[in-house]
Ligand binder design. Sequence first.
Ligand code: NAD
Ligand SMILES: O=C(O)C(=O)C[C@@H](O)[C@H](O)[C@H](O)COP(=O)(O)O
Ligand code: ZN
Length: 369
Amino acid sequence: MAVIPVALAGRSYDVIVDANLLEQADTIVGPFLRQREFSLVADRNAWALHGARLEAGLAASGRSAAVYLVEPGESSKSWDSLARLTDWLLAQGVERGDHVVAFGGGVVGDLTGFACAILKRGCGFVQVPTTLLAQVDSSVGGKTAINTAAGKNLVGAFHQPSLVLADLDTLRTLPPRELRAGYAEVLKYGVLGDAAFFEWLADNGGAVTGGDPSATAHAVATSVAAKAWIVAQDERETTGARALLNLGHTFGHALEAEAGFSDRLLHGEAVALGMVLAARYSARLGLMGDDEAEAVTAAVDAAGLPAEIAALGLSADGQRLVDHMRHDKKMEGGTLPFVLLRGIGQAFLARDVALADVAAFLDEELRAH
Ligand SMILES: NC(=O)c1ccc[n+]([C@@H]2O[C@H](COP(=O)([O-])OP(=O)(O)OC[C@H]3O[C@@H](n4cnc5c(N)ncnc54)[C@H](O)[C@@H]3O)[C@@H](O)[C@H]2O)c1
Ligand SMILES: O=C(O)C(=O)C[C@@H](O)[C@H](O)[C@H](O)COP(=O)(O)O
Ligand SMILES: [Zn+2]
């Protein structure tokens, strides 16, 4: 079992990574549950596949979950879903000192986390991530949000969970496309700050996307440790350290917006392509060699993730994509800092990028490949 602490003054918590954890929910999650019947918010698919294991794990102490099911898909990160969920939590009588359990992928984690951030001005929550993406990224660090008409994650709060329980067995039922999408955020940790992990993934990435248990355990624990370290340095993304976790996201969120936040382009797929674009743009600026940008492209391509923007068949041009980027939360005084690369494992925040140049670069990408 890997127990990875997220060290935050007054709000530290553990991320527990192992197989067979749902069966041990009584001893691991139980201490956070004050009521015999507690509130649990679940992704409909994840609950159908793994809910019984959690229920069995809690049975010994007589605890049971009142379950609220969330429809799968990015469209559930909406004002409407948030309103319905908060009404349900209020009807359940959730108090500030209670913990709500979020059971599912990043959609359920982000939505439930935000509901818990605002319910009675804040109640506790526990994350039980059931996708690779949620285990390596979204369940850790306390970013919670919904999408709005203007763009991705534009209404939200920093609200840390009290515990993250990542049961690797839940990943066995994940569709291959979702595994690959989660792998994009795994690859991100290598590209942004850990060249040795990037190399390890070159040899073992296929085992991770193929569901090999020991490779997956290593990839999840390494990713969580990397995120925990960054979040501990810069919880609210104020110094620039945490912004590095946004590698590929400025491009990626614009692509997701253009694809209508739909199954047409999953978040992880958008991030994968966004990383390729960040790498190529870095090479274009002379910050690193074309060969290194090519290595990022090759890693994305090898994982079966989209590496060419032209292949998406979007109707947008570079300017339209840049218009989406103007909503990015990193925007500061009219300029948009970009996470760029001086090499693999050497991401930094560039504050002098001209958006007109980014638009021209994207037009080239849309034509060239
Ligand atoms: N808060 C953060 O720091 C952060 C970080 C990264 C991503 N995100 C957000 O996370 C979201 C994406 O999360 P995601 O990739 O987990 O997608 P998701 O929550 O939409 O889940 C993906 C699919 O997998 C299904 N599913 C979930 N668990 C399953 C299981 N064990 N077996 C079979 N199917 C299962 C779901 O029903 C859904 O169809 C995006 O909204 C993204 O913005 C947030
Ligand atoms: O935790 C972070 O910080 C991240 O940036 C992680 C990202 O993978 C995640 O998609 C996050 O939600 C994006 O943040 P946002 O602030 O751009 O919405
Ligand atoms: Zn992300």
